[in-house]
Design a protein around this ligand. Structure first.
Ligand SMILES: [Cu+2]
Length: 293
C-alpha cells in the first residue's frame, strides 16, 4: 500500500500549484472548459466525438481499470475526496484511487498531476464532464454528487488504455448507533452489520484482517457486548504494525505491534458506544467500534 505516502509526497511537492488551483477549481455548470492555460492544455481531442455508453456491469467494466485492486476507497459523510488524474507510478494512465465510494451530497474533486499527457474526466452517462482535455498539473475539476447511483467515467483520450474510474454514491449503512455509523463509514469492511456477542463473556476481534486496501482492518468492525464483558483483540501478523486506541475512553493497547499472536483485552463496565482505531492506519479506514448494552 504505497499510494498514501507517495500521494503525500506528491502533494507536498506541488503545494504551490495546488494552492493556486484551489481558487479556480471548476464545478460542472460553471463553464465547459477545464481550468488551465488553453494554449498549453488544448488538444484536438473533442468531447463531441466521444460515444460513451454506461456498462451493463460495473464490476466487469472495471476489470481492466488501471490501478484498481478491486476495492473501492470509501469516504464517510463530510469528507472531501480527491482523485488524481494521472497516477505518476502508473505511467500517468490511471485515476487514483480509481473507484471511490461516497455518501450523497459529497463533492468529489479531480486533480491533474501533469503525468500521462492529455486527460479529462467524463461520466459515461453524461452526468459530469470536465470538458476539453488538459495535460497541466494543477488543473482540477469537481462535481457534487447528490443522488445515490453508480457513475463510471473515463479520460477520453485514454479510455481504450484502461484509464477508467467510478464514483459510487451510496446511502451510509445504519445500525441505529449514529455515532458508530459515522465513525465506521470510512471502513471498507463495514456494511452495517452489528455482530452480537451479548451472549458471551468475551468477544474476539481480529487485528490485521483483510480490508481497507490490504490487511488493514478490524474484523468484525462492530461488536455488541453486554456490560461487564471483555473484548480481546488478536493480531494476525499481517499488514504491518497496529494498535488499538479508543476515542471515548482512556483505553489503548499502547505501542504498535506487528507479531502474530499479540493480544490486547479490555473489559467494558459502562454502557455506551466506543470508537477506536489503529493509529498508523486510521486514514486508510482501520477503525472499529464496540457497543456496550
Ligand atoms: Cu493498523
Amino acid at each position: 500500500m504505497e499510494p498514501p505516502s507517495t500521494r503525500r509526497q506528491f502533494l507536498a511537492s506541488t503545494a504551490l500549484t495546488g494552492l493556486a488551483a484551489t481558487a479556480g477549481c471548476l464545478s460542472t455548470g460553471e463553464t465547459s472548459q477545464a481550468v488551465g492555460d488553453a494554449s498549453d492544455g488544448g488538444s484536438t481531442e473533442s468531447t463531441e466525438t466521444a460515444e460513451l455508453t454506461p456498462p451493463d456491469s460495473l464490476g466487469e467494466w472495471l476489470v481492466d481499470a488501471n490501478g484498481y485492486d478491486g476495492e473501492p476507497h470509501r469516504y464517510g459523510a463530510g469528507s472531501r475526496p480527491s482523485v488524481w488524474v494521472g497516477e505518476p507510478t502508473d505511467d500517468g494512465l490511471a485515476f487514483a484511487p480509481p473507484v471511490v465510494e461516497v455518501v450523497p451530497m459529497t463533492k468529489v474533486r479531480w486533480d491533474w498531476t501533469g503525468h500521462g499527457g492529455q486527460h479529462n474526466v467524463v461520466a459515461l452517462d453524461g452526468t459530469f464532464d470536465s470538458g476539453r482535455t488538459n495535460a497541466q498539473s494543477g488543473t482540477c475539476y469537481q462535481y457534487l454528487f447528490e443522488e445515490p447511483g453508480t457513475y463510471p467515467y473515463v479520460s477520453e483520450p485514454r479510455r481504450d488504455d484502461g484509464m477508467k474510474g467510478a464514483v459510487v454514491v451510496r446511502e451510509p449503512p445504519s445500525t441505529g448507533y449514529p455515532k458508530v455509523d459515522q465513525w465506521l463509514s470510512h471502513a471498507s469492511n463495514f456494511d452495517g452489520t452489528v455482530v452480537d456477542r451479548t451472549g458471551s463473556d468475551t468477544a474476539v476481534v481480529t487485528v490485521g484482517a483483510e480490508g481497507n486496501g490490504g490487511a488493514f482492518a478490524f474484523d468484525p468492525p462492530l461488536v455488541k457486548i453486554a456490560r461487564g464483558s471483555t473484548v480481546r483483540w488478536e493480531w494476525t501478523g499481517d499488514g504491518g504494525a497496529h494498535n488499538v486506541v479508543f476515542e471515548e475512553a482512556d483505553v489503548s493497547s499502547g505501542d504498535v505491534a506487528s507479531d502474530a499472536g499479540t493480544t490486547f483485552e479490555h473489559t467494558f463496565d459502562d454502557p455506551g458506544q466506543y470508537r477506536y482505531a489503529c493509529l498508523p492506519h486510521e486514514a486508510l479506514g482501520m477503525r472499529g467500534a464496540v457497543v456496550v448494552e
